[in-house]
Design a protein around this ligand. Structure first.
Ligand SMILES: Nc1ncnc2c1ncn2[C@@H]1O[C@H](COP(=O)(O)OP(=O)(O)O)[C@@H](O)[C@H]1O
Ligand SMILES: [Mg+2]
Length: 596
């Protein structure tokens, strides 16, 4: 599909309305003939021949046609405005859906500001095209043809003089269309950059303040702003050359008409009334000429925007829904990594990972930053697909599951917590909006979040700012943990979820997590398979299997005791962190907190 075909797929639904609107445009254009025609009669028959009784009738016709024209104009403007807004509504909806359906790679490559520009700025150029440009091109072409036909009926010699400028107009308009295209594309690109710059600085205002970089950022912004002005002016330069030519030709026609027409009247080859009539048609001829340059701009702006939006929308996601998806509502929870490799461009991110996990097991993952822990989990969720090997859940390759079902069965507390500008309750219940308040509270208790939420002025109804502004890192992590637990999924992934909480809170979370596992094992849906990625040994010490990743390789694998006996990476980290264990024991002896 080309960008234009994509656009027409939206316009198609409104084609009948547009045809009706163009029908009214036609009526309006045809009615435009009447008034110049009457003007001619008034001059020749009423003024020169003294048929004064005719005047009243003519005035009535004059007023009625004007009213009719206004009415048909109102009708087509209404239809087009209405259709364009409705079309844009479904287009915006479609673009949003497309953007939502993209995979992680797409978001890694596209800047937020660019996507915002597509959804807001470019859409408007398209609306303008449907609401204004389409009918304007039609109206002006029709006016031009009607005017020429009418001129032929009055005097063919003058009409031919008028036609002579048409080929020139067409050639110039075509030249203009070609000349302005690159500059309009540059404008859209720079507009996106401007948008991105503002978006990044607003989102990252804390960092800017913390490093006192306001002046630096302002200076950088000025550069982008300057660039935007420069490309705008440059584009003005491109089309400015053409607009006066159209203006000149329009005026030139006026000169020719009065010069040749005047001479003909003097020589009695034409009546004065006919000249008045012709000068009425001249307006119908001039307007299209004057508009040609502007419409060429609008058209090119529209084409650029459609191409921009389509290039974003048409990117095929790498992660595809299988043709015949396996639609398991509740997965059991056995997971197997079988010779899993993952390469990104030329980098090997994960190499030959083999793991067998039984449902209900807790898997601890540890390893240096960048060793591939998060990537391993991303592959399980199909945020990316393995390069080689396979990952199965209950014996079925994850690539064969329905994507929604797969992710619905996984509850993930991600490493970088994202909270929506909503109430705390809304944020926790995000994955299960129809749950009761008791369930939200229960999840919050398990995540050791109930205490601090209750201490907030509006408790669970407190609105957290964008990205959870106003909460500490540890508080955000606990809300994200509650969100993952509330879903009560078959598989739970906690990616560095307790890195920002203090040791005491973590111990409480550990305890409630194990009671959560015990509690869930008594329920019908059964036990959870839990992955815990952590830096503290204390978080994963009791896990059924511990994986140690290094540089994308699984270097150690076993229980705590196995790995200590191995005396490798894990044992070294354990010995480093040994001091902390005394502290944890003390916390445990002190007993759980009220909300623990
Ligand atoms: N979106 C990405 N684009 C490029 N490289 C990535 C991306 N995500 C992860 N990586 C690379 O993959 C490796 C593993 O990353 P990750 O799984 O996040 O590590 P960990 O979670 O263990 O800290 C790192 O070397 C990182 O640079
Ligand atoms: Mg990570």
């Amino acid at each position: 599909m080309t960008a234009m075909q994509w656009f027409f797929s939206f316009l198609k639904k409104y084609r009948f309305r547009i045809i009706i609107a163009l029908f009214f445009v036609t009526i309006s254009c045809l009615l435009a003939i009447v008034n110049p025609y009457i003007s001619g009669i008034i001059v020749d028959d009423v003024i020169r021949n003294g048929q004064y009784d005719l005047l009243w009738k003519l005035v009535v016709v004059f007023i009625s046609t004007t009213l009719l024209r206004a009415l048909s104009r109102y009708t087509y403007l209404y239809i087009l405005e209405d259709s364009s807004q409705k079309m844009l509504y479904s287009m915006r909806d479609n673009v949003f859906r497309c953007i939502m359906a993209k995979d992680f790679n797409f978001y890694n490559k596209n800047r937020t500001g660019d996507l915002m520009s597509r959804q807001i700025g470019d859409m408007d150029a398209i609306r303008h095209f449907v609401a204004f440009v389409i009918y304007s091109i039609y109206e002006n072409s029709l006016l031009l043809i009607i005017a020429l036909v009418m001129m032929f009926t009055v005097d063919w010699r003058l009409a031919i003089c008028m036609i002579a400028v048409l080929p020139i107009t067409v050639v110039i308009a075509a030249k203009q269309l070609k000349a302005i295209k690159p500059s309009f594309k540059r404008i859209r690109d720079t507009f996106s950059s401007l948008n991105t710059f503002v978006q990044e600085n607003v989102s990252g205002y804390r960092v800017v303040r913390a490093f006192a970089k306001e002046d630096y950022e302002t200076e950088k912004f000025n550069k982008v702003n300057d660039e935007f002005r420069r490309v705008q002016l440059e584009s003005t330069k491109d089309w400015r050359r053409y607009i006066p030519i159209f203006e000149f030709m329009a005026s030139f026609l006026t000169v020719i008409l009065y010069l040749v027409g005047g001479l003909m009247v003097i020589k009695n080859a034409m009546s004065l009334g006919q000249l008045v009539q012709l000068s009425g048609y001249l307006w119908m001829l001039n307007q299209p000429l004057r508009m040609a340059g502007w419409l060429a701009n609008d058209y090119q702006r529209f084409v650029t925007s459609v191409e921009k939006i389509y290039s974003t929308v048409s990117v095929e996601p790498d992660i595809k829904e299988p043709l015949y998806p396996v639609n398991t509502e509740r997965m059991y929870g056995d997971i197997c990594f079988h010779h899993v490799n993952y390469n990104l461009d030329d980098d090997v991110i994960l190499k030959d990972i083999n793991i067998n996990i039984k449902r209900g097991e807790t898997i601890g993952i540890i390893g240096a930053t960048g060793s591939g822990k998060s990537t391993l989990m991303n592959l399980l969720c199909r945020f990316y697909d393995v390069s080689d090997g396979e990952i199965t859940i209950d014996g079925v390759d994850v690539r064969k599951y329905d994507l929604f079902r797969l992710r619905d069965n996984i509850g993930m507390a991600m490493q970088d917590v994202f909270l929506f500008s909503d109430t705390i309750e809304g944020n926790i219940a995000y994955g299960k909006p129809d749950c009761t308040f008791e369930e939200v509270k229960h999840a919050a208790k398990m995540a050791d979040a109930d205490g601090f939420i209750n201490a907030m002025p509006e408790g669970y109804d407190t609105i957290v700012g964008e990205r959870g502004m106003g909460l500490s890192g540890g508080q955000k992590q606990r809300i994200s943990l509650a969100r993952a637990l509330l879903k009560n999924p078959a598989i739970v992934i906690l990616d560095d979820t307790t890195s920002a909480v203090d040791m005491e809170t973590e111990t409480h979370i550990q305890e409630s997590l194990s009671s959560f596992t015990k509690w869930s094992s008594t329920r019908e849906e059964g036990r959870h398979t839990v992955f815990i990625i952590a830096h503290r040994i204390s978080s994963i010490k009791d896990a059924d299997q511990i994986l140690v990743l290094d540089n994308g390789c699984l270097i150690e694998h076993g229980t705590h005791d196995d790995l200590i006996a191995m005396n490798g990476y894990y044992a070294t980290v354990f010995n480093h962190q040994y001091g902390e264990f005394d502290e944890i024991d003390k916390i445990r002896q002190k007993g759980g907190r009220a909300n623990g």
